[in-house]
Design a protein around this ligand. Structure first.
Ligand code: 13P
Length: 251
């Protein structure tokens, strides 16, 4: 059986006090539920204090929202994969559409980030997904296949086996407009098939593929019931403990 994962991408939200309070609430509620892996991805500045709040709670892992494409050195403002590893971080989101769109991150850069993350034993949550105009032109499948190919297909099979992919249609992010279950299932199947074509069915069958884009407590169950949807990458609804817990419980 594939691993189920629900990850919260807090993006650039919350003060430190608010982040700590949210973590305590989640930690309290999570104590007895374990059929899904839960990851919180706060701003990097809060990773350490959040780990302190989580303490012995092994049910919730931490993830960063980004890492540098460089290993070490004079790169003011950057945070390296090695630093994240040394701070006990488990996951790192790579290639979120907001990074592609607002920070001009290109597929080659993302490939370097993936490599560094893997070298430093971080699990990349690699994001892909199309803008609305691409879907309207019916080019979404080709685009997503090429995003996956350009940043991941240089990896050997052992490395790809540790990666998580998140399919996030850009038109569904923060808009309240969710992909239908059919649209989500179709794209997840396209991604899995593409992985299978390159690495074989067994590797593809083990890869968790998460859906992201306006996942809320009231639509999570339906989305997670799709055979190729293995959980979610949650933005807005991960900022409220009650909503995030409801989504976790929908897996
Ligand atoms: P929303 O859940 O707010 O649409 O954001 C999704 C997302 O971008 C998660 O990475």
């Amino acid at each position: 059986m594939r691993e189920k994962i629900v990850a919260g991408n807090w993006k650039m939200n919350k003060t430190l006090d608010e982040a700590v309070a949210l973590t305590s609430d989640l930690s309290e509620s999570m104590k007895s539920s374990a059929k899904v892996k839960v990851v919180v991805c706060p701003p990097s500045l809060y990773l350490k204090p959040i780990q302190d709040v989580l303490g012995e709670n092994a049910e919730i892992k931490t993830g960063a929202q980004n890492c540098s494409e460089y290993e070490v050195g004079a790169y003011t403002g950057e945070i390296s994969a090695a630093m994240l590893q040394s701070a006990g971080v488990s996951y790192v989101i790579i290639g979120h559409s907001e990074r592609r769109q607002y920070f001009n991150e290109q597929p080659g850069t993302l490939a370097k980030k993936v490599d560094l993350a893997l070298q430093h034993e971080l699990i990349p949550i690699f994001c892909c997904g199309e803008m609305l105009d691409i879907r309207e032109r019916n080019e979404h499948e080709a685009l997503v296949r090429s995003q996956v190919e350009k940043s991941l297909f240089h990896l050997p099979a052992e490395a790809i086996s540790t990666i998580v992919i998140a399919y996030e249609p850009v038109w569904a992010i923060g808009t309240g407009k969710t992909a239908t279950t059919q649209q989500a299932q179709d794209m997840h199947a396209v991604i899995r098939k593409h992985i299978a074509g390159k690495y074989g069915q067994e590797v593809a069958d083990r890869m968790p593929i998460l859906y992201g884009g306006s996942v809320k407590p009231d639509n999570a169950k339906e989305l997670f019931s799709c055979p190729d949807v293995d959980g979610g990458l949650i933005g807005g609804a991960s900022l409220k403990a009650q909503d995030f817990m409801a989504i976790i419980n929908a897996v």
